[in-house]
Design a protein around this ligand. Structure first.
Ligand SMILES: *Cc1c(COP(=O)(O)O)cnc(C)c1O
Length: 452
């Protein structure tokens, strides 16, 4: 079926009409666009018969491989029943079963599920809900948000405002609401000899201060629990989340946990918040929610928040927010099949073995002259490359060394898409231990290619 050299003709057609995400399109004057014909398990196949191991789970969404038979079957079955119905005034079996399942597996007390269709939209929902909650309970001055430096919460204007990745945000600054930014507990920046736990504790002082100073004006703190993924996979200790939960309670401020990237096993536990034993007031989920099949997101919140909106219509306290595809049945069916796989295959347990293998397979890279750190949280492993290890001198971003690593990996048959100078692995959970070893070898070569 795959006649050779079809890639080029398809790529040419593509570049005539498609504007790609997060891309300087001019790069494709040199960089080939890769048309993917099909996926199977961890592999993506192009039209010229090349295959690529999906080492970053297609932007962190895929959990159980491409064309997973169980998820395929679930979506197919749902397709025969109902493809879509509006969720206002109507409901359907997949959305209510999914909601029951989520409430069951999430930290106790998160009982109300509000759906949207992508991660940024979920962040918008959580931000609006928190703000609106305080309006409804007669605290209208609580309208600001506290966020961490180097955080990422999506691309729509509200989500961009509460994020802090300059590359994505700076140009739009005039359009964005003003937020309070507190230094991230990012443990890459800890002093030599300081543990992750101690660094995270020390960094909490700035958060405590911001809360003490602004609590009367602040609706919520929003964080990515344990890993700032788009912010170069920077990580911190669960202690920070425990301290944050306690302080938010003490100051009467909501806690929004954006687990869009780290949820569903990425952090090593089903949800990252579990590692701190906390329950946020809002949790945002997307990406792995459908196993990487279909766009769906959900914000799950507490009974307290829900009740603040529950009243006679004419009091105008309802949350009048909607998206056309909210709670799409096909996406919910994919999500249910995904949750079933977690249970049936004891995925979290198996992932512990895979995570150890990822660590072992990349351990020697820590000694590489251009590697400042190899860090890991669960199924996320990141390699921080530097120009000069002794001084910590970093590469100028204009050198685009990550791009060299990307091209090297593709030539080897692996999809690794570095963020700046950080090369990372975030594979589907169906990856085999031997494939992890192979991918680690590619990553090692990619480091050499980037730092040559
Ligand atoms: C990807 C991501 C988002 C945005 O989700 P989209 O579906 O891409 O809009 C928000 N927060 C975090 C932590 C993410 O990783």
């Amino acid at each position: 079926m795959n006649t050779p050299y079809r890639n080029a003709s398809i790529a040419a057609r593509d570049l005539a009409v498609v504007w790609h995400p997060c891309t300087q399109m001019k790069d494709h004057e040199r960089l080939p666009m890769i048309p993917i014909a099909r996926g199977q398990g961890v592999w993506l196949y192009d039209f010229d018969g090349q295959r690529y191991l999906d080492g970053i789970s297609s932007w962190w969404v895929n959990l159980f491989g491409h064309a997973n038979p169980r998820i395929n079957a679930a979506v197919r079955e749902q397709l025969e029943q109902l493809e879509q119905v509006m969720l206002a005034g109507f409901t359907h079996e997949p959305v209510l079963t999914l909601s029951e399942r989520l409430v069951h597996i999430l930290p106790a007390g998160l009982t109300r599920c509000f759906y949207a269709d992508n991660g940024s939209a979920a962040v918008e929902v959580a931000v609006k809900m928190s703000f609106h909650y305080w309006q409804n309970v007669g605290r209208p001055h609580k309208r600001r948000f506290i966020t961490l430096s180097n955080s990422y919460h999506g691309e729509t204007l509200g989500a961009l405002a509460v994020g802090d990745v300059e590359l994505y945000k700076k140009v739009y600054q005039p359009l964005l609401m003003d937020v309070i930014t507190v230094s991230s507990p990012d443990c890459f920046l800890r002093e030599p000899g300081c543990s992750w736990e101690e660094h995270s504790r020390r960094m909490f002082a700035a958060m405590e201060q911001a809360l003490a100073e602004h609590a009367d004006d602040v609706a919520a703190v929003i964080v990515e629990p344990l890993v700032q993924c788009a912010g170069s996979m920077r990580m911190y200790h669960p202690l920070y989340l425990s301290l944050l939960r306690e302080a938010c309670d003490r100051h009467g401020v909501h806690l929004i946990a954006d687990e869009i990237a780290v949820g569903f096993g990425r952090s090593g536990t089903m949800f990252a918040c579990e590692q701190a034993g906390i329950r946020p007031d809002f949790i945002c989920l997307s990406k792995g929610l459908t196993g990487g099949y279909l766009p769906l997101s959900v914000v799950v919140t507490t009974e307290t928040v829900y009740q603040a909106f529950y009243d006679d219509y004419t009091r105008l306290t309802a949350f009048l927010h909607s998206h056309s595809y909210t709670g799409n049945p096909l996406a919910c069916a994919a999500a249910l099949a995904t949750l079933a796989i977690f249970e049936q295959d004891r995925v979290i347990e198996r992932n512990r073995i895979l995570a150890r293998r990822m660590g072992a397979a990349t351990a020697e890279l820590a000694g590489h002259p251009h590697v400042a750190e190899v860090r890991q949280t669960g199924m996320i492993l990141a390699i921080e490359t530097v120009r000069d290890k002794a001084s910590g001198g970093i590469y100028d971003w204009r050198e685009r060394r990550g791009l060299r690593a990307y091209e090297y990996a593709l030539a080897q048959g692996a999809l690794l898409r570095p963020i700046g100078n950080v090369i990372y692995m975030m594979p589907p959970y169906v990856i085999e231990p031997e494939q992890i070893d192979w991918l680690a070898g590619v990553a090692r070569g990619a480091v050499d290619a980037a730092c040559a």
